[in-house]
Write a protein that binds this ligand. Sequence first.
Ligand code: HEM
Ligand code: HEM
Length: 229
Amino acid sequence: MSHTNLTGVEKVYVYEAPVRLWHWINMLAILVLGVTGYFIGNPLPTMSGEASDHYLMGTIRFLHFSAAYIFAVGFLGRIYWAFVGNAHARELFYVPIWKASWWQGFIEELKWYAFLKKEPAKHEGHNPMAQFAMFFMFVLGSILMIVTGFALYGEGTGPGSWANSLFSSWVIPLFGQSQDVHSWHRLGLWIITVFVIAHVYVAVREDIMSRQSMVSTMISGWRFFKDKR
Ligand code: HEM
Ligand code: HEM
């Protein structure tokens, strides 16, 4: 769907409502997971009084597990939408690294980000560099967090629980022992944190510099190309 309005600004419908809704819910879930996860890994100094009275770490873990369910169910929903949504809904999971033209776009984008190019490339969906980071850091990172997270969770819910049967039973031996799963889960926090810092920087940078809409596209679904193409 492509339109040109009276001012000559072209616009294309890119992100459907479920993708946009997922993006922002997922962002909030990750924010809660990152902050609570950090405190699970680096607890605050001991508080005075009975732990069961203030229940501080209990609350932090409860928030972590609640956000974890939202994050995991949202991720499954996003995979479902890749099958039923428009072509742009598949870009997150489909990175054609075997195509020379894709690498050409990647290098062009790298130059643009390094201020070595004057003209930004225009993309209806994700640019190749964004796609690369989104898949290799976010998608694979999320799978790591869901698999290791539910394996740790299943240790708490115990043998016979679904999380224990579905995840702990094979994930813990695969990584070695419980502490190794904790360490990988901890590493995942930093993979996703680095992704988010870079992602927000480039989203805002592209919005300002590339003469095509970015942040509003993840809100309204429409990409506006501010020059005539
Ligand atoms: C935890 C924080 C965040 C995570 C994990 C995240 C992750 C993602 C992912 C995975 C996509 C691809 C969407 C898809 O194809 O389904 C995306 C797109 C996008 N995100 Fe985020 N995001 C976060 C925060 C933000 C914030 C704060 C902003 C705004 C400043 C933002 C702006 C965008 C934009 C503009 C796009 C579309 C980019 C494009 O068209 O290539 N994101 N984000
Ligand atoms: C972006 C996603 C996530 C982030 C950034 C994150 C972050 C963290 C961090 C940093 C820790 C501390 C690790 C340690 O040093 O032991 C942790 C612990 C934990 N996380 Fe996550 N996590 C995420 C997703 C999940 C998911 C999907 C689950 C599934 C239920 C989960 C369940 C757990 C459990 C069970 C623990 C251990 C709690 C404890 O030992 O008391 N996490 N998380």
